[in-house]
Design a protein around this ligand. Structure first.
Ligand SMILES: Nc1ncnc2c1ncn2[C@@H]1O[C@H](COP(=O)(O)OP(=O)(O)O)[C@@H](O)[C@H]1O
Ligand SMILES: [Mg+2]
Length: 229
């Protein structure tokens, strides 16, 4: 089973948004996806409760480290609380093959992310590349050069910037209904799907995990929906 954790010591950077969006996108690709919500605020679990039945199903599982998802689950996504550190952080890192770190494109958040990434690099699983870390620039406004800035600021870290997601009400409106951008119709969310494509491509690639993954893409799945195929 593939385990992907969404982590950043900072709150409000988009962990829950990215965990739920990724879960929905992978479910559209045909993956059997479970979500574990480790945050006492339980936003992901609340989202799951609101998820309508006529969309790809997602299973919520107990966040307990000992909990085993149902055997048909091929991907587990872990949403985490802000302020995760110490042993708890290490345990989650060890459990995941892939860690996504959302970062808001503000100087304060980038500095905080820098500290967090320095800390991650000290964890053995990350040092040994047993767990691969990728950064996502989140809530990026049009015409910002954040991608270049982030890449520059990350120099010295072996952490790729795997994508950037725009600041869009689509995320907010979808979330309220138990949906994510992959569940929205193309006339509303095509731009968001395009932004997710490099993120999903990285997640499918061997370099993010060390073993093979599904060749389907979100766009291919979306085209299938459109053509009724
Ligand atoms: N790309 C985005 N565009 C617009 N709003 C976003 C985006 N990502 C997150 N948000 C909003 O920002 C707030 C914090 O996001 P959330 O995912 O809950 O962060 P975290 O889980 O890290 O605390 C939420 O209100 C969410 O809807
Ligand atoms: Mg959250």
């Amino acid at each position: 089973m593939r385990t992907i954790a969404v982590i950043n010591a900072k709150g409000g950077c988009g962990k829950t948004t990215i965990a739920t969006s990724l879960a929905s996108a992978l479910a559209w690709e045909g993956h059997v996806v479970a979500l574990a919500d480790m945050d006492p605020q339980q936003s992901t679990n609340d989202w799951l409760k609101h998820r309508p039945e006529n969309y790809p199903a997602l299973t919520g599982i107990d966040a307990d480290a000992a909990a085993r998802p149902p055997s048909d689950v091929d991907t587990l996504i872990i949403d985490t609380p802000a302020g995760l550190a110490g042993n708890e952080l290490e345990q989650i890192i060890k459990r995941a093959q892939t860690v996504l770190v959302p970062v808001l494109p503000s100087p304060v958040d980038m500095r905080a992310a820098w500290r967090f990434l320095s800390h991650l690099q000290e964890i053995r699983a990350v040092r040994n590349s047993d767990t691969i870390v990728g950064l996502i620039a989140n809530r990026v406004r049009p015409q910002t050069i954040i991608y270049r800035e982030l890449t520059g600021f990350l120099e010295g870290f072996r952490v790729p910037v795997i994508g950037q997601l725009r600041d869009s009400m689509n995320y907010v409106r979808a979330f309220e209904k138990g949906l994510a951008v992959a569940d929205l119709p193309p006339y509303l969310a095509f731009h968001d799907w395009e932004e997710w494509e490099p993120v999903l491509a990285w997640i499918r690639s061997k370099k993010s995990q060390g073993k093979g993954a599904s060749p389907n893409s979100l766009l291919a799945a979306a085209m299938q929906r459109l053509t009724g195929g």
